[in-house]
Design a protein around this ligand. Sequence first.
Ligand SMILES: [Fe+2]
Ligand SMILES: [Fe+2]
Length: 277
Amino acid sequence: MTVPLKPESPAVQAKIYRLYRDYFDKAEKKRRWSLKDDIPWDQCNPSLDPAIADVVQTFCAVELYLPDYVSKLLPQVRANRGRAWMLANWGYEESKHSMALGDWLLRSRMRTDEQMADIESEVFQQEWDLPHDNARAMMCYTMVQELATWLHYHNLQKIIRQRGGDPALDKVLTLIAIDERAHYDFFRKLVQLYLDDDRSGTLEQLRRVINGFAMPAVHLLLDGKKRIEAVKSLRIFDYDIFYTEVFEPIVTALKVKKAELRRHSPREYVSVGSVPS
Ligand SMILES: [Fe+2]
Ligand SMILES: [Fe+2]
């Protein structure tokens, strides 16, 4: 049975807006970066393993679904200023990620202009839909997805460093990873705020999200399966990494018990991110 969600009171909405303003002030002061000036574009490594470029293309494609993410998430929270303004700002920051990755694919000559145009048109042949039907669950989903995304970039960066490096891509990944970590941090604080206000309703949505978690949009790509396998084979992200580096840190940070997040029956959800019962 679904636990009913308690609507946000004006006091909770005011706290969320304050959380956003703190996030925004810090971002303006410490985290703005320039695609044009902050990346050593003349230092791409021409002999980098093409398998790396393949993974970068995958991440770029996932970031390219931004119009679907923003256009579907924003209507859920349009009357909640802190959350709506956050999504607008989040959209701006995310928009730079696909541009930076796409620019690296071009400047490193790993992809041509024609190939980049094909990637873009392929992305928009399929539409991304919300994996959950309510704003509370999508907030939990975004928290999990942001930490998982940070890990994808962080682990890719480690692999590149082991394989000869690429100063341009290294800087791109550093800047993107800092953004993703800040996104996770904001959404974690937001989930905490909702847990404090409506523990049972929020926990129920978090439980659903954790047990059904999958990264957004990769499966929509024509060769999605192959791309997921490439990410797994380089040990950038798999179930074990999800469990120890996403699920467990989130459980610790939110001070919830693993048992509270177990699915109610083995058949309740089918997913790669399920928490073992
Ligand atoms: Fe991103
Ligand atoms: Fe992000």
